[in-house]
Design a protein around this ligand. Structure first.
Ligand SMILES: [Zn+2]
Length: 407
């Protein structure tokens, strides 16, 4: 996530103060000794609920940036960790922001709009919802872009490590739900991951070392920017009555793709044979972003559970499935309602009653996704010459689409 507010400054003033920032960074990298140890300032699970998308910029040159590993998980002048969620749906679930160490609250601001996104540009100069904690010894931590009305501490409050101070939001200069977590010592920003064991009880691996997804799923259309920001929904069931050649898109909120990674998206029929495979060497890599990979299904797709496997350098990053069913008239109530047990019974083929489209819709509304058979791929034939494969790549700032046809 790119964000533009640093402790109350606007994008413009941040650029102006860049020179000051890099002097601070020099000092911090050379002389700091941690006085405290930090717990991670978010609830939930790393690399599943959230991921560090930006570290401090440790490159002292203007108009140049580098994270502590020499990578591009940062941007020029950034003074903190940006810890991002996949989308607003995740934000709405309420991801807690926690005091990283014991201390005293010295700033607590709330009430600002909290859903800024690329499709909804932020006004200049807005600070957003913010908590700052003083830990003594000249150390302060900053928690920015918090959700509106979520700040649960007041100035003067004493907090313990791990105490909730708010929820992740997208207030202030923010382009999506994330926490901007800064550590300052004597007024200077600290890149704690330069000395992770000194600063953290449980330091996380570098995001670029652990490619993965925060969320992924299937859609029958190319997700729009609005959907991407809100959170795309997983479509678990296709009915052949919907017409021929339906689009099946695997969408992914992903992170940690290193330049030069071997990427593959493999679409498997219910019998495990390969329907389509798209693979490439990703020259640029991707820090945090969104990828769509889709195929047109055949006019008469095989019934059953299709699987899509997303691999990076041969490692399975995400597997998603969708069920293709016949349009069968009639009702499907083995026990008076359509529930997951009924569905699985039908899916196994031991239901005497057909499942109607309304049943599918009801079931999906309640359960969201089909629980699939696990497809076993034993023999993978060559990709069909007529298969049309589309790939769309989208990040919060860059959108590009590539259309290619396998021959
Ligand atoms: Zn930030």
């Amino acid at each position: 996530m790119i964000h533009t507010i640093e402790s109350g400054s606007s994008r413009a003033s941040k650029c102006i103060s860049m020179g000051i920032c890099f002097v601070f960074l020099l000092t911090s990298s050379q002389t700091l000794r941690a006085q405290i140890k930090l717990v991670f300032p978010l609830g939930g699970t790393a690399f599943e609920d959230w991921v560090i998308g930006n570290y401090n910029d440790v490159d002292t040159r203007p108009i140049a940036d580098s994270d502590y590993r020499g990578g591009n998980y940062t941007y020029d002048g950034h003074d903190a960790l940006d810890i991002g969620l996949a989308h607003f749906r995740k934000m709405d679930e309420g991801v807690t922001v926690l005091a990283a160490a014991p201390g005293t609250v010295v700033t607590a601001m709330d009430g600002a709009f909290d859903r800024w996104a690329p499709s909804n540009p932020n006004p200049p100069g807005e600070i957003g919802n913010l908590v700052v904690i003083d830990h003594g010894g000249g150390i302060r931590t900053t928690y920015a872009h918090l959700k509106k009305d979520s700040v649960s501490v007041q100035v003067g409050d004493s907090v313990i490590a791990g105490q909730q101070v708010g929820l992740v939001g997208s207030s202030g200069g923010s382009t999506g739900p994330h926490l901007h977590f800064a550590v300052y010592q004597n007024g200077n920003p600290v890149e704690t991951y330069k000395n992770p064991d000194q600063w953290w009880y449980d330091p996380l691996p570098y995001t670029g070392d652990v490619p993965g997804v925060l969320d992924s799923g299937i859609a029958n259309h190319w997700p729009t920017q609005t959907e991407v920001e809100a959170g795309v929904h997983h479509q678990g069931i296709y009915s052949v009555e919907d017409g021929s050649g339906q689009l099946a898109v695997m969408w992914n909120y992903l992170y940690g793709i290193s330049a030069g990674s071997e990427i593959s998206f493999q679409f498997l029929r219910p019998n495990g044979s390969q329907y389509a495979n798209y693979q490439w060497t990703d020259e640029n890599g991707l820090t945090v972003g969104f990828w769509n990979i889709g195929v047109d299904l055949p006019s008469s797709p095989d019934l059953g559970v299709w699987n899509v496997n997303f691999r990076v350098n041969g490692e399975l990053i995400s597997n998603k499935s969708f069920l293709v069913v016949e349009p069968i008239p009639g009702d499907f109530d083995l026990d008076g309602d359509v529930d997951g047990e009924d569905f699985l019974s039908w899916q196994r083929g031991d239901s005497p009653v057909a499942l109607s489209r309304q049943d599918f819709d009801d079931w999906q509304e309640t359960y969201g996704t089909a629980t699939p058979y696990s497809a076993v791929s034993t023999q993978i034939p060559e990709v069909s010459s007529s298969t049309l494969i589309l790939i769309g790549i989208l990040t919060s700032l860059v959108r590009r689409q590539l259309v290619t046809r396998e021959v």
